[in-house]
Design a protein around this ligand. Structure first.
Ligand code: TRP
Length: 341
């Protein structure tokens, strides 16, 4: 076990979460988020959770939610998050998230939520919004502020949510004294932006990519290889990294480079004078090599849901100690009676 859950920690704390909204991460999520989480474990006190309460903001079948929650947690671990090192837990198991979310909601102006671009985008696309979707960023602020997180690694799409989190922490502190730690924004610069295989000018994305454009971590290796064989390439025949004029080939080079650890320039040299077919074959090999151990570990984890649930229970216990301390501090600061402890 790493640092104790309460008291000053030698290492700054990092928190991040992922919604249980699919049956498999795709390669872009894996390389863009999870690999980064894994790398942070050594130098930080890390808390990683499945944002199951956030998943309720869209209509969800209970069986599907249960399955995807376990899958999402298992993916953290299969991807290299070590539950002995990091607290791995479900948001809903630490009931203080909802409580702090309420307190923060009462500090949030309607106009602030109205301005949130993600909400505006979703409703503009015709999504039938509920109040939970509207206040989604407040719950996210609670997730973050609960743990006195120093940094919150998230993608660019979450920037506005981090800003409102900081605003809410500052507002609480100004009104009630120093109760919440203001987290530093830490937008993860995508070292590798993985593009859609069929439309290599757009990001690989669960919501906008087509079936053939996306590589899922839990997919059958033969299918992955097939998708790579039919990836869109560019006119000409030269294998060169140039996202402007050769987005398809450049994407394949990036995927290979990130997974194999070979520099793009070295790959260009290796494939000089060879055809697109050779490159696709080589990329398929490195992809299959990377997903195979991941799939194996996933299968092990999902075959033993009781053990997975125990891991999540331990994570929630560890997170709960901090959550308890934070909510006690907040309750006291805002004038709620302590009640029974
Ligand atoms: N909103 C995040 C996403 O969709 C998930 C999330 C919820 C989160 N709470 C969080 C991420 C707290 C970081 C910190 O990706």
């Amino acid at each position: 076990m790493s640092t104790p859950a309460t008291g000053p920690s030698a290492r700054p704390r990092i928190l991040s979460g992922m919604q249980p909204t699919s049956d498999s991460l795709h390669l872009g999520n894996y390389l863009g988020a999870l690999v980064n989480w894994v790398g942070l474990q050594r130098d930080f006190d890390t808390y990683y959770f499945v944002a199951d309460l956030h998943a309720l903001t869209v209509p969800t079948d209970p069986e599907v939610l249960r399955r995807r929650t376990r899958i999402t947690a298992a993916q953290f671990i299969a991807g290299g998050v070590d539950p002995e090192e990091s607290a791995v837990f479900c948001q809903s198991h630490v009931h203080q998230h909802a409580e702090l979310g309420w307190v923060l909601a009462c500090q949030t102006a309607m106009g602030e939520m109205n301005r949130m671009t993600q909400y505006k985008d979703k409703t503009a696309k015709g999504q039938n919004a509920n109040v939970g979707l509207f206040t989604y960023p407040v719950l996210m602020a609670a997730d973050i502020l609960m743990y006195d997180a120093a940094y919150v690694p998230v993608g660019e799409d979450q920037r506005q949510h981090l800003e409102i989190t900081r605003d809410l922490a500052e507002r609480m502190n100004a009104r009630f004294g120093e109760v919440l730690r203001v987290p530093e924004p830490y937008i993860v610069k995508e070292s590798a932006k993985i593009m859609d295989l069929q439309d290599p000018t757009s990001k690989m994305s669960k919501t906008s990519s087509t079936e053939k454009g996306i590589l899922e971590m839990m997919e059958d290796p033969a299918r992955l290889a097939k998708k790579l064989r039919s990836a869109v390439t560019d006119t000409g025949s030269e294998i060169r990294f140039d996202p402007e004029t050769k987005p398809g080939v450049s994407n394949l080079l990036v995927i290979h480079s990130v997974l194999s650890g070979t520099k793009v320039a070295d790959l260009e040299a290796e494939f000089a004078g060879r055809g697109y077919g050779d490159l696709k074959k080589a990329v398929a090999e490195v992809v299959v090599e990377a997903v195979t151990p991941f799939r194996e570990r996933m299968t092990e984890l999902l075959d033993d849901p009781a053990e997975l649930d125990r891991i999540l229970a331990r994570g929630a216990e560890r997170a709960g100690l901090i959550a308890q301390a934070t909510t006690t501090r907040v309750r006291d600061a805002i004038g709620l009676l302590p009640g029974a402890r």
